[in-house]
Design a protein around this ligand. Structure first.
Ligand SMILES: *Cc1c(COP(=O)(O)O)cnc(C)c1O
Length: 427
């Protein structure tokens, strides 16, 4: 290759700073020393309570309970949905470890449903497994922000009597045919972990509409009988009824986390708009490689992605490993869902030996075998997006070239090179 190798020097794990208003409020709280989530003399820490009101309004649900992680929000959702120990819970096979983890935490049994090459749940496998398992709950993970055909999923859920809990850790602000993701099921969980749309380091939100379930969620979250300090709460009768028979799991969000999250809600529209541009720009660049397959987006889906996914269907495991090494040598960390062991935020059903199910999942494994993932911080510039796509294209070409035997058939790399020049002229 005569052109110099493109190198990325940007750290893709770099988040945006906390807004100054959040820093100021956190400092104020620390100066006061009043850091506990409930004050016995009255609500001295309103931060979490106010954030819950604001978040419920943002998503468009009646109640919100802010908790210490997205995983905790999903666990609470399962508990208040009435999932009992040993119950089967359906979950799609493309998701992150805290999702089957929440099911195991609730002492329930994951039943893993196939995905397609659109990366979302297969409604027909959902129907088959709902019938075969007798499950009454579906934990639907909108993993990496890919939105399933919600009409099809909800039709199956309704006909099989499934309570749907949406995992919206990657879907804050996403929509299906105009309707906000997180409003389709019985409840939804969101995450405020650093690499999601809102960053408290750790944090999560449970949203739901049912009053009795909301009362139990508040009590489970650990309100020490000070639940009147929740501003987003059902009528006191529901809380009284659940009190005494609802265990304290001590999961509620800290005042400090809420303090740094509240000003970020105002940043959300800007972040979502920029993330969409980043996603579209990198996808355009990736489309120019003959090796890349981008997941199709269902018509009606309006996702809110914070990262980019693509597959390399013609590569085997060895070629995938060479590609990751090539990309890394150009400064680009690419994550891979086909690795034998889970590493750095990738995860696949065959890694979850704690959640063993009998499901064969041939299609899911086939899709994940060449699925790649690139983190895209909201602060990426257009030229950094172009550079990322270029590095992926060039690293794929290099590997394909080397594997075709160097002196062997040269048609493939040549075709890629000329296609690249044609497309770049068209821009
Ligand atoms: C991050 C994430 C969660 C929740 O993670 P926490 O670290 O517990 O906040 C849940 N589901 C998916 C798909 C995630 O990526």
């Amino acid at each position: 290759m005569s052109e110099p190798r493109a190198i990325l020097t940007r750290d893709l794990t770099e988040p945006e700073p906390v807004p100054e208003a959040g820093i100021a409020r956190a400092v104020e709280l620390m100066r006061s020393g009043r850091l506990f989530r409930y004050g016995e003399m009255g609500a001295d820490q309103q931060d979490a309570a106010l954030l819950e009101l604001e978040f419920a309004a943002l998503v468009g649900r009646r109640f919100c309970v802010a908790v210490n992680s997205g995983g905790s929000a999903l666990f609470l959702a399962l508990k208040v949905a009435g999932v009992a120990p040993g119950d089967p819970v359906l979950v799609n096979g493309f998701t992150l470890a805290p999702v089957p983890g929440a099911i195991v935490h609730a002492c329930a049994r994951p039943v893993i449903v196939e995905i397609g090459d659109d990366l979302v749940i297969d409604p027909e496998d959902l129907r088959a497994k709902a019938r075969a398992s007798g499950a009454k709950a579906l934990l639907l993970s909108h993993m990496r922000g890919h939105i399933a055909d919600m009409d099809a999923v909800m039709e199956v859920a309704d006909s099989c009597g499934l309570a749907v809990i949406e995992d919206c850790a990657h879907a804050l602000g996403a929509r299906w045919k105009g309707r906000t993701i997180g409003t389709f099921g019985f409840a939804a969980g969101f995450s405020a972990q650093t690499y999601k749309h809102l960053n408290a380091g750790e944090g999560g939100f449970l949203v739901l509409d049912d009053e009795a379930a909301a009362a139990r969620a508040i009590l489970h979250s650990g309100s020490y009988m000070l639940h009147h300090q929740h501003a987003s709460r059902p009528d006191g009768a529901f809380l009284d009824a659940a009190s005494g028979e609802t265990a304290n799991f001590s999961l509620r969000m800290t005042a400090l986390a809420a303090a740094i999250l509240r000003p970020q809600l105002r940043e959300l529209p800007r972040r979502l708009a920029r993330w969409s541009q980043i996603q579209a720009r990198i996808a355009d660049g990736l489309r120019r490689s003959q090796f890349v397959a981008l997941p199709i987006r269902h018509e009606g889906a309006d996702p809110a992605p914070t990262s980019v996914q693509f597959r390399v269907p013609s590569f085997d495991a060895g070629a995938m490993q060479d590609f990751l090494a090539e990309a890394a040598s150009r400064g680009l960390p690419v994550k891979w869902f086909g690795a034998a062991r889970q590493i750095g935020f990738t995860s696949a059903p065959r890694h979850w030996s704690y959640a063993r199910s009998d499901d064969a999942l041939a299609r899911t494994h086939d899709v994940l075998a060449t699925l790649c993932d690139i983190r895209t911080p909201v602060t990426l510039s257009d030229s950094e997006c172009d550079l990322i796509a270029r590095i992926v294209r060039e690293a794929l070409e290099t590997v394909a070239d080397a594997r075709s035997g160097g002196g062997g058939p040269t048609e493939r790399p040549q075709a890629v090179t000329s296609a690249r020049h044609q497309t770049s002229q068209g821009r």
